[in-house]
Design a protein around this ligand. Structure first.
Ligand code: C2E
Ligand code: MG
Ligand code: MG
Ligand code: MG
Length: 287
């Protein structure tokens, strides 16, 4: 269609696409220097144990604020980091920084650390060694680390690659590291993946438990109940994401959901805020 509109190369893209492409290129250039310029930070969001009201784990979430500019959301820069290969460097930085931050929290409060891992990182054969080595250097036991993966990251892989990743995850698990399947329920083949992927934890995507109208919406309740039962019957731990209202939390406690995370308890906060947050537990009062 571009040719139909003229010979000029600048019409090769629809103006919006061209702008998006330039934006992407500018961001990729900025992202290349983000780490060395100290523009990256990690925020942490608590995962709550609904039975005790204590903090079970802290999820590390990357933040990028360019020196001259506004923060760029991870949903924008993580895909760019993955497409450009920069994720290897960023992911390594994030994992090391998160382990550094979370080690004292684990030793004082028994909290686990949960870190998002991209597919590219798992395709690196040295990844398990790097992780175990970093844990050992910081004296954080492997059972205190959870790695979050998504099924979408497996969609682009060949069966051979998927097999290699499965082996790699099994290897990490024999060392005591737990694997969580993030955004569970949003993919096309969640149940099929559950049969083959070595995972310990399901993180239920918030779209599943967010009621279209009220928290007692019968369908939301039925879905939540069914997915909690599925997870439990497979012997998996469950973390429900995106809990925003007391009604949602009450329903989850009533249904016996083990763990939840969301703005109701706390948004992701900078590392220096975590100590205070860990001292203000338990969280029963909000549910
Ligand atoms: P995710 O791992 O599923 O993280 C949950 C996202 O939901 C976070 O967005 C979090 O701030 C947000 N959230 C938490 N509670 C609530 C709630 O109650 N309501 C709503 N509406 N949202 C809530 P964030 O921090 O913008 O991160 C977006 C995604 O970027 C993450 O989704 C994850 O896939 C990716 N990401 C973030 N940090 C990293 C990282 O270090 N490495 C990799 N590979 N991906 C990362
Ligand atoms: Mg996550
Ligand atoms: Mg998620
Ligand atoms: Mg997500």
């Amino acid at each position: 269609t571009a040719k139909a509109h003229g010979k000029n190369h600048t019409t090769l893209f629809h103006p919006d696409l061209r702008t998006a492409h330039l934006h992407h290129t500018t961001l990729a250039t900025g992202l290349r220097h983000a780490r060395t310029r100290g523009e990256l930070t990690l925020h942490y969001q608590p995962v709550i144990d609904l039975a005790t009201g204590t903090t079970h784990a802290l999820e590390a979430l990357l933040r990028w604020t360019p020196t001259a500019g506004r923060p760029i959301p991870p949903d924008v820069f993580i895909p760019i980091a993955e497409n450009t290969g920069l994720i290897t460097d960023l992911g390594h930085w994030a994992l090391t920084q998160a382990i550094t931050d979370a080690t004292p929290w684990h030793h004082h409060h028994g909290t686990a650390l949960t870190v998002n891992i991209s597919g590219r990182q798992l395709r690196d054969p040295a990844f398990p060694h790097t992780v175990l080595d970093t844990l050992a250097r910081h004296h954080l036991p492997p059972h205190a680390l959870i790695l979050e993966i998504t099924e979408s990251m497996l969609l682009a892989t060949t069966p051979t690659e998927t097999q290699r990743i499965t082996t790699l995850l099994s290897d990490l698990r024999t060392h005591g590291i737990r694997i969580a399947l993030d955004d569970f329920g949003t993919g096309y083949s969640s149940l099929a993946y559950l049969r083959t992927l070595p995972v310990d934890i399901l993180k239920i995507d918030r779209s599943f438990t967010t009621p279209p109208t009220a928290a007692d919406h019968p369908q939301t309740r039925a879905f939540t109940k069914a997915i909690l039962e599925l997870s439990a019957s497979l012997g998996l731990d469950t973390i429900v994401e995106g809990v925003e209202t007391p009604d949602q939390a009450a329903l989850l406690r009533q249904l016996g959901a083990p763990h939840a995370q969301g703005y109701l308890f706390s948004p992701p906060v900078p590392a220096p805020h975590i100590d205070e947050l860990l001292h203000t537990t338990p969280w029963q009062h909000v549910a």
